[in-house]
Design a protein around this ligand. Structure first.
Ligand code: T5A
Ligand code: NA
Length: 219
């Protein structure tokens, strides 16, 4: 029998705008690479594809789209990269993903679209093995150089988004427990950069050796 080859872990970083996701993702990638652990950074939205360019234009308020339409584009942007994510994981490389389907639901549902409708297009995408949710109050996040010019970067929106993330934290943790796969970990993102990095590392470390089970599916 050949030795069972492990796959890479699928790790997602989620959180409100300005919670420090991209900063922490970059730090984690550096740390893993320094340990010669294969890792690939993936960001959603991936603004480089044709669909991604439509999303980018919407976020910059250069174009207007119906709420349902933009929701489906965000999901399509994940689907167009799903096969490549699976191949990378199966090749033994960790995928570190800066936002994923949870952002998709939280931001669209905050506009009033039904939660279940928002969830549907992402059903059966590759499921993360670990979700690191960087939690911060919108007030605190705003202090970080203020929100930018993009569409959702307003305190009221962020407050609603945070509520929906709270609901998903509970539901996802319960589902993951039932299926005996995956973890949702909430990290206090209002701490110093170094403290957040340390908290993240504690949670990520057990995943770096790779996993032997199959890639799971949302939801
Ligand atoms: N969206 C996304 C949807 O509506 N549906 C979807 O399906 C998806 C995937 C763009 C928007 O798209 C929405 C959500 C978003 O509104 P984006 O491109 O990920 O999404 O957004 P960005 O603008 O790139 O990133 P964020 O605003 O979310 O910021 P980050 O990555 O959370 O924060 P980061 O690391 O850039 O840090 C922000 C600032 O804070 C400082 C950093 O130095 C930086 O200046 N900082 C700290 N300061 C003090 N203490 C700390 N611990 C700090 N950590 C970071
Ligand atoms: Na970011």
């Amino acid at each position: 029998m050949s030795s069972s080859k492990k796959r890479g872990a699928f790790i997602v970083i989620e959180g409100l705008d300005r919670s420090g996701k991209s900063t922490q993702a970059a730090t984690l990638v550096e740390r893993l690479q320094a340990k010669h652990i294969a890792v690939q950074l993936q960001k959603f939205p991936d603004r480089t594809t044709t669909i991604g360019r439509m999303i980018d234009s919407y976020l910059r308020s250069e174009s207007d789209l119906d709420d349902h339409t933009i929701h489906l584009l965000f999901s399509a942007n994940r689907w167009e990269l799903a096969t490549s994510i699976e191949e990378t994981l199966n090749a033994g490389t960790i995928i570190l993903c800066d936002r994923y389907a949870f952002s998709g639901i939280a931001f669209s549902a905050s506009k009033g679209l039904p939660f279940e409708w928002c969830r549907a297009p992402d059903v059966s995408l590759p499921a993360p093995d670990l979700i690191l949710f960087l939690d911060i109050t919108p007030e605190k996040a705003k202090e970080r150089g203020g929100y930018g010019e993009e569409r959702y970067e307003k305190e009221e929106t962020q407050r609603k988004v945070r509520q929906i993330f709270g609901r998903m934290a509970e539901e996802t943790a319960a589902q993951y427990e039932k299926s005996n796969h995956g973890r949702w970990v909430t990290i206090d993102a209002s701490q110093s950069l170094e403290a957040v990095t340390a908290d993240i590392w504690k949670v990520v470390e057990p995943f770096v050796e790779g996993l032997s089970g199959p890639i799971h599916r949302l939801w």
